[in-house]
Write a protein that binds this ligand. Sequence first.
Ligand code: MG
Ligand code: MG
Length: 263
Amino acid sequence: MFQHVRAQQPLIQKTGVIIKSPGEIDVMRRAGQVVARTVKALMAAVRPGISTGELDALAEDMIRSDGAIPSFKGYRGFPGSICTSLNDQVVHGIPGKRIVQEGDILSLDVGAIVEGYHGDSAVTVGVGAITREAQSLIDAADGALAAAAARTHAGARMGDLSWAAQEYAEGLGFSVVRQYVGHGIGRDLHEEPAVPNYGTPGRGMLLQTGMVLAIEPMVNAGTWRTRVLDDDWTVVTEDGGLSAHAEHTVAITENGPEILTAR
Ligand code: MG
Ligand code: MG
């Protein structure tokens, strides 16, 4: 007898979420590590006097020397290989001639493609000496990400991780951005589901083994409201207050969350 074997197709759920096999997660782990190495190198390179364009060139060199492709270059026309968002810029800052100054805070957002699969991670760093408030904002974004990632396991609801990020940031007196959210990730940089950084515990999509999520709280010192600059990319806080951003690509495995972009 012949066993009828169907060609392997991605498992796409009714919700539009694409479940990844362990083999696909292996590839995404490699993409995540390219991203992690690049983020680490950028963190070490940030200093007063460097331009955001120089950081972009460094990142592109590193990603390509690893045999990978920058996820963001040309994505919907984005001109950079990475996003560099300074101070009141929330996300999607375009690298260029702008010089980074002592006291600034800088979000570095990096994506890389390995064998067709994306990794995506961001970190916010202080440039030289920064104010205590700026440092606590950065720490809040990191803490909100860690709190959400810890709740990213099979059987939990999306609202559990969303609430964890919100509760952490708001508990420190900051706000979380609403208009921009995290996302599923895989062969596409942005897949279903949306991963909000605000929500209600016990509500929302049931999380399952094989989901891979880019969790990325954007935490503001003042209002959570944002607007987009005339370049049609750069998102800034509506009130001009500081914003910090932290992101990891997190796979839901049988053993719980695995941070694929861990540094
Ligand atoms: Mg990102
Ligand atoms: Mg992302």
